[in-house]
Each structure stands twice: as C-alpha cells, then as structure tokens.
Design a protein around this ligand. Structure first.
Ligand SMILES: [Zn+2]
Length: 323
C-alpha cells in the first residue's frame, strides 16, 4: 500500500524502490486547493522527472495515463525519481471546466510561474512551479484539446536561448513519439507551464493528443509510450527499446482568436492542410449576420480548432502550424 503524505514530494529523501503518494495543500486564502501526487523512487538515486496532467481539468487522456502509470511504473526499471501529478487542477477536473479554473475564471496554463500572493489559479501555478517543476531535472506536461476543441496530436518545446536547456528540451520533444513538433518562442507564451519551466532552467515539453471531453485507449498508450521514451532519453531508464528517430519540425504556430462574441462555424478540421487565404471559419452575430470571415494568414496544418458553436471575443478558434 502507499504511504500517505501531506506536503511536497521533493521534501522527502530518496528511498530506493519506494512508491509514495501525497497531497500538497497549496496556500490559498480560505479556499481548499489540493495537489495529489505520486512519487516513485527507482533502484538507485539519480535524476528526477515530473509529469503533470489535468492542468486543464477536462483534458482526460493524460489524466488517465498518469493515474494508470502511478500503479504500474516498476521502480526497478529506472534510476532516480519520477513524480506524477495526474490532476494538477483538481477544481477544474471536478467542475468539468473547460480552459479555466472555476474559482477565479483564470486559465492555469497562462498563469505560470504563478505568484504566492495572487489569485487562486496564480497560487496553484506557484505551488506547481516551486514544489514540483523547479526541483526536477526534466518536466513533461500532458494536454489534449479541451471539451470544445478538436486537435491533431503535437509536441511543443520552448526555445529559451539557453543552449543546455534547449538542447535537452528538443531531445525530449523528438523522442516522445508524436510526429508533429512545434517549437514555441518564449515571448508572449511565458504563462504556459512548459515555457515557464524552460525559462526557469528545467528542460520540458508539452504533449497534446485527443480532446472533446473523451479519452481513448490509443491516446493513453501514446502518452505512456512517450513517458517511457523520455525516461530513456534522460538516461533514467536503460532498457534497449529504440527511441523514435528525430522528426521534422514546424517553424511556428499561428494562433487565431475571435474578434467578436457570437456563433462560430469552422470550415477546417484538425489535421487539415490549409493554404494561405483559405477560409478558416466565420463568426456571426445572434441574428445570423456574418461579422467576421477568418482567413489563413499563412499556409500550414491545422492542429486545433474550436468546435463549439458559441464563441466569445478573444477565444482561441484555431491554430495552424507553419512549415
Ligand atoms: Zn490544455
């Protein structure tokens, strides 16, 4: 059985072959904020890997993958420490909330590295950054399209300008096993978990598969295989299975947001190749009059698209990866 611990995983000393689970109470003013974690120590001391899911609480494949892995990862199969956080944003998971934390309406994955004196979500981000990501040698964050998003699987890492961190982040992204790889510049994306991690010196990646409020076995399997590949690439695991070869990278990502609140009707699908000038979709008002026709600024591949009919001003409506 697991020991039950209150506190942070890295407050504990290394114990070979141990599997410990605990809850960190993030400091929030009068509002309970618990972060459940599982720490598994390998056969000998070494590097540490932290994997989170549920930063967006309704993105389920990563949550299912980590809950499963917490009971099945064999401590004799690796060295060092693996910390799993299956549901980083418990209130969003329990509330089945898309994009934001119900308590304060903020997007946790725009709030890193957070603040100890900020809103609920900023405090949660701060605790995740300080107690989980900063002490780790590598960090993986698992996402999917949200409740109302269709998504083509992709991996992202952040270019910080620090060669050691960037080289490792790139290696992790390329080994993960998802073909579409999109490096993010840090500018303007500082609030994302993997960007903030890399800026803080922890090599990191973001992996995305599935969406629309469901989880499928093959998506869970891709995440579990990806974590295995990361363990090999960090040198924590010495099994001899081959790591996927390097992939071609996209050069960036055009991120489209809605200019108005109203009805959104997409005209592209996730995974579709889009040409410059092609109509991505239309936004109309509540009387059916088109108020905005959204066209592609550049050609590329659609990696996510909003599937809800309802759209609010500034909502993300589509992302197109640029060759
Ligand atoms: Zn997400």
């Amino acid at each position: 059985m697991f020991d039950r611990i209150i506190g942070a995983p890295f407050d504990r000393s290394f114990t070979p072959g141990s599997r410990r689970c605990g809850i960190l109470h993030a400091g929030t003013q009068g509002q309970p904020c618990e972060i459940p974690w599982i720490r598994i120590d390998g056969r000998a001391d070494g590097r540490s890997l932290v994997v989170t899911a549920g930063v967006h609480g309704a993105e389920y494949p990563g949550i299912e993958a980590l809950v499963r892995l917490s009971g099945t990862l064999d401590p004799t199969s690796f060295t060092g420490t693996v910390v799993l956080v299956p549901i980083a944003n418990l209130s969003a998971f329990e509330g089945r909330s898309a994009f934001v934390t119900p308590v304060d309406g903020r997007n946790l994955n725009r709030s890193f590295p957070g603040s100890p004196d900020g809103s609920y979500t900023e405090r949660l981000a701060h605790s995740l950054s300080e107690e989980f990501v900063s002490p780790a040698d590598a960090y993986v964050d698992l996402h999917s399209g949200d409740l109302v998003e269709a998504l083509h699987p992709f991996v992202s890492y952040c270019m910080t300008g620090h060669t050691d961190v960037d080289t490792m982040s790139r290696s992790l992204a390329h080994c993960f096993g998802i073909e579409t790889i999109i490096p993010f510049a840090s500018k303007g994306r500082e609030g994302l978990s993997h960007v903030a991690a890399a800026l803080g010196g922890t090599p990191s990646l973001l992996a995305e598969i599935g969406g629309q409020g469901v989880w499928r076995e093959h998506e869970v399997a891709v995440f579990l295989a990806g974590i295995s590949n990361v363990l090999r690439t960090t040198g924590m695991s010495d099994d001899t299975l081959p790591v996927p070869p390097p992939r071609d990278e996209y050069s960036g990502l055009d991120w489209y947001t809605s200019a108005a609140t109203g009805l959104w009707r997409p005209q592209i699908s996730a995974g579709e190749i889009v040409v410059k000038g092609q109509t991505i979709g239309t936004v109309s008002d509540y009387f059916g009059d088109t108020v905005k026709l959204v066209a592609a600024d550049h050609g590329g591949m659609c990696i996510f698209v909003l599937t809800a009919l309802s759209v609010r001003k500034d909502d993300a409506i589509a992302g197109i990866a640029l060759p």
